[in-house]
Write a protein that binds this ligand. Structure first.
Ligand code: HEC
Length: 106
C-alpha cells in the first residue's frame, strides 16, 4: 500500500511540472498571422475605416506586451473595434504564439 501511494505521488509530480505550459510557438503563429500582416506588416499604413488610425508596428515588440495588448482587446479593456473583433477570435495559445512570433520578427 505504501508503495502504491509513493508511485502515485511520483506520477502526479511528473505530470504537474507544467511541461505543457502555454509558451508561445513562433512556428505555429505563421499560419495565424495572415490576418494581422494586412494591417501590421506595412510601414506607415493607416487603417482608413471608420476613422484614420495609424497602425502600430508590432514587429520586434516585447512578447509580453503584445500578448497583454491582445488580452486587453479581448477583455474590452482596450476598445479599438477592429482589434477587439480580431482578439475575440484568438485563443490564449494563439496570442502567445503570435506574441513570440512578432517579438522575434525584427
Ligand atoms: C484591420 C486592421 C488590423 C488588423 C487586421 C489587425 N490589427 Fe492590430 N491594430 C490595428 C490598429 C488600427 C491598432 C491600434 C488600435 C488602438 O489604437 O488601440 C492595432 C493595435 C494592435 C496591438 C497593440 C499595439 C500597441 O502598440 O499597443 C497589437 C498587439 C495588435 N494590434 C496585434 C494584432 C494581431 C496579432 C493581429 C492579427 C491576429 C492584428 N493586430 C490584426 C489594426 C489591425
Amino acid at each position: 500500500m505504501k508503495r502504491l501511494v509513493l508511485t502515485l505521488g511520483v506520477v502526479l509530480g511528473l505530470t504537474s511540472t507544467g511541461a505543457f505550459a502555454a509558451d508561445g510557438d513562433a512556428k505555429a503563429a505563421e499560419s495565424k498571422n495572415s490576418m494581422c500582416i494586412g494591417c501590421h506588416g506595412i510601414p506607415g499604413y493607416k487603417a482608413s475605416f471608420p476613422v484614420v488610425y495609424s497602425v502600430p508596428m508590432i514587429s520586434g515588440q516585447n512578447a509580453k506586451y503584445v500578448e497583454n495588448a491582445l488580452q486587453a482587446y479581448k477583455k474590452g479593456e482596450r476598445s479599438h473595434p477592429t482589434m477587439r473583433a480580431i482578439a475575440l477570435t484568438l485563443s490564449d495559445q494563439d496570442m502567445a504564439d503570435l506574441a513570440v512570433y512578432y517579438a522575434n520578427n525584427k
